[in-house]
Design a protein around this ligand. Sequence first.
Ligand code: FMN
Length: 158
Amino acid sequence: MSTRVSILVGTMTGTAELVASEVQAALEATGREVDVRLMDDLGADAFAEDAVYLICTSTYGNGDVPDNAQAFFSALESERPDLHEVRYGLISLGDRTYKATFCQGGLRFDALLTELGAKRIGDALLHDAGSGTLPEDVAAEWSVAWAQGIENGRNVAA
Ligand SMILES: Cc1cc2nc3c(=O)[nH]c(=O)nc-3n(C[C@H](O)[C@H](O)[C@H](O)COP(=O)(O)O)c2cc1C
């Protein structure tokens, strides 16, 4: 049976939630079990399930994670759980208008999870809101290729 994917969503105005929902539909269509959780009530123990995680978050403020992800991010930073057994993927939403902080919300999660021992599967998807493409469409297509790396492990970053 294929590994379950748990999508953790950081969002301010709902775009990342829509993206997560389209990714869920795309992955479920391939026969995979998927759940979506907003980051609002997550703590440092959020990565304890038998699943592969997909961080799906936007960027706000000065390259910060969205409000609903702040407490979760801080808990990971302060409690520093051992995530050596954890594998994850990353969808980061941003806008290149914010040159210095493009997609930093997701990239901050990427750096922190790596620091805590987690392994990223494949390359991150960085979406530019000014690109003229819909993030939910781009992410749904990206996610099917990304998920192929879960079982065969060929694209786990070192
Ligand atoms: C006030 C504000 C600040 C933002 N700051 C950044 C930023 O620093 N870097 C970036 O790449 N995108 C930034 N963005 C763009 C958002 O991350 C992007 O529009 C995203 O798709 C919003 O997703 P959400 O609806 O899930 O929150 C900002 C948008 C707003 C409205």
